[in-house]
Ligand binder design. Structure first.
Ligand code: SF4
Length: 457
């Protein structure tokens, strides 16, 4: 495939490239704007004009340096073998394909997309969405040959983005609703996805009917459609095998495949818990369930939440601890749709263990929280620190309060530990890439009199 007419390089090596604000020419979508989306639709053959690229609103060359814009991408595809069920998976490939473009960064998915174009690539001539459209069209057609026709529309006109954003939300909701009601026990296979390994090399998503992918963009039905189209692709079948623990959600087949696909790093996965051998988190999760030791409960923070969570940390601070494709006890990347599942953190107590959630998220999933708990789970409007949280939980009789009593009674007498161990404790698995080799420290204990961090020149 040739990209000679594109002013910058295009290739897999640019996946994972981060564009910092100081190096940014323009930002599209992201947390500073309310309306943004990406959407793929399967259309009849006669409704798609192959290769057509449309730009509604200002093009890249018309934008002010360091400006931020509402943004939408609409990809319409047609082909005799295409089905509507494939839309979600095709849509997720936008993330991968745009990241192939040197100096273009694409993060997140659906209504949460966040793109940046670097100043360097703009100066090299990447000054029109025409180029981005050409790259998308060529990659889609070569990677998914059953796409016979494709047209791409970029929208930067704020009013048009807003209008189409509302339509996109309805389409996402209809996709998610299709899978509700199906149970993990009713199927013989789950699906795996390794699309995010360019950012998190040991991460493998396990997608089940009742555990939506972390990014919130791929359901079990989407996984099925993708693996049929491209069985050797990044989304593949996982034979469930023997169920080893129905509460934690451990399956022989899942362990085997995850071990293989993570290069032997992740040996076991418990699907329905945030502790122990919890599902890994790449960086694309829509939200994080995080442990709050002072109350022995879990808080939830989502990507859109602007302030500090009840434990004083922002989403990006919590996401930094969680992401990377390792298992970090008590820090668990999840999708919004998983919160609507009856299997949601079932081994930890499900909603009865959730002690704090942003108001906007609570509104989205309210109908799926057991009614007796809805008023017992505070938001940022009810409490702003852990002390207030404790008081709130006591006052409303949240179920975790019973756990405090049980914990007090079961507390063993304090054991003396060497001073350094007590101070540091074991670290989670730490992965680093050095000179082309992956170095993994498992259960590392690090002792140091001094830590010096120097910039490499
Ligand atoms: S979050 Fe999971 S399902 Fe979504 S693209 Fe990444 S690996 Fe695939």
């Amino acid at each position: 495939m040739s990209f000679e007419d594109i002013p910058v390089d295009v290739g897999i090596i640019y996946e994972g490239e981060r564009i910092r604000w100081k190096d940014t020419f323009v930002e599209l979508g992201g947390p500073r704007v309310e309306h943004k989306f990406e959407l793929v639709r399967v259309r009849p053959l006669d409704q798609v004009e192959n290769g057509k690229i449309t730009i509604i609103g200002p093009d890249l060359k018309d934008m002010e340096p360091k400006s931020t814009h509402p943004f939408g991408i609409l990809v319409e595809v047609a082909g005799k073998e295409l089905e509507e069920e494939m839309e979600g998976v095709f849509e997720r490939r936008i993330h991968e394909f745009i990241n192939y473009i040197q100096g273009f960064m694409h993060l997140n998915q659906r209504y949460d997309i966040h793109l940046r174009l670097s100043m360097a690539s703009f100066k090299k001539g990447l000054n029109s969405f025409e180029y981005v459209g050409k790259v998308l069209i060529r990659l889609y057609k070569s990677e998914i040959p059953i796409i016979e026709k494709i047209q791409v529309t970029f929208i930067t006109d704020p009013e048009k983005v807003k209008e189409l954003y509302q339509e996109a939300l309805k389409i996402y909701e209809a996709r998610d609703a299709r899978i509700r009601g199906m149970k993990d026990e009713d199927v013989d296979v789950f699906y795996g996805c390794t699309l995010c390994q360019s950012f998190a090399p040991t991460h493998v998503c396990v997608i089940t009917p009742q555990r939506y992918a972390n990014c919130g963009a791929i359901s079990w039905l989407d996984g099925r459609a993708a693996s049929r189209v491209d069985p050797k692709g990044p989304i593949f079948v996982i034979e469930k095998g023997k169920c080893l623990d129905p509460i934690k959600g451990e399956y022989e087949g899942v362990n085997k495949v995850v071990k293989e696909k993570s290069g032997g790093v992740i040996e076991r996965v418990w699907l329905y818990t945030a502790f122990g051998y919890e599902h890994t988190s790449c960086g694309c999760f829509e939200a994080v369930a995080f442990y709050i030791p002072e109350v022995d409960g879990l808080g939830i923070i989502d990507r859109d939440f602007k302030g500090k969570a009840v434990n004083g940390l922002t989403f990006s601070a919590i996401a930094d601890i969680t992401a990377g494709g390792t298992q970090v006890d008590g820090f668990h990347g999840i999708s919004i749709e998983y919160m609507r599942s009856p299997k949601f953190l079932q081994a930890d107590g499900g909603w009865s263990r959730i002690v704090w959630v942003p108001k906007r998220v609570k509104e989205k999933v309210k109908d799926f929280i057991p009614p007796e708990l809805v008023d017992k789970i505070p938001t940022e409007e009810d409490v702003s620190n852990v002390e207030e949280l404790k008081e709130f939980l006591k006052r409303v009789g949240h179920p975790v309060v019973e756990r405090w009593k049980a914990m007090e009674e079961a507390k063993p007498p304090e054991e003396e530990k060497p001073a350094e161990e007590a101070a540091l404790g074991p670290l989670p698995t730490v992965t680093a890439t050095v000179g082309g080799f992956r170095v993994i420290f498992e259960n590392a204990r690090i002792y140091a009199d001094r830590v010096i961090i120097k910039r490499i020149k």
